[in-house]
Design a protein around this ligand. Sequence first.
Ligand SMILES: [Ca+2]
Ligand SMILES: [Ca+2]
Length: 223
Amino acid sequence: MGVMEFFRDIFKKVENLFDSMGLKKYELSDFQKKKLLHEFHTFYDANKDGCLEWKDLNLARENICKMNGWKIDSEKYKHAQELFTEIWRYLQDSADGDFDGKVTEDEWLLMWQGLHRDHLRAVREGKAEDDSIPRWLEKYIEYRFNLYDRTGDGIIDIDEFEYVLGEFGISPRESRSAFTILSKHGERKVDFEYFRELAIEYYRSDDPGALGNFITGKLTFDD
Ligand SMILES: [Ca+2]
Ligand SMILES: [Ca+2]
């Protein structure tokens, strides 16, 4: 082996080592897992039996249409139907590892683990931006924004936030405090651009101080 080959070989080994060390940060932290499980139980598992099935998404869809008074055959009703069908298709393909038609907590976390890993790799390889997210999640965040923005003026206010989260079992005290924090005491308008930024933080950030952590109205993840 020539000197050049020798160093090339060493270089490759060091690179691989760094790569395997780097893989560690792909693991979701306990804090990230708690946030993702809160999302699972509060917004996805509509019948609260601990696992996610098509009937949960269907129930969530029906509740949302009812809450907003969207009539069958209206555009918004059809849009919600398409969106929930797409999300469920994605969850079945990406999360339901044993194909039993149910997504358990473990399967849900594994899916997020995979999304997290793929994203970090893609960013490192220059194939994705920091804030790129899969299409279904992009649509889901848009839907959540529209759900909160009841008056449809493009901005979520504290009363809308409290009302909608109340439907998901969050107390007014919690949701109002959370909104005060994420809106920086009302100084920062919660338009779609800002909401999307916060939502991505909620799904990805491991920083306990990130304002995006407050987007579901939950104030702490210590328990
Ligand atoms: Ca369920
Ligand atoms: Ca399953």
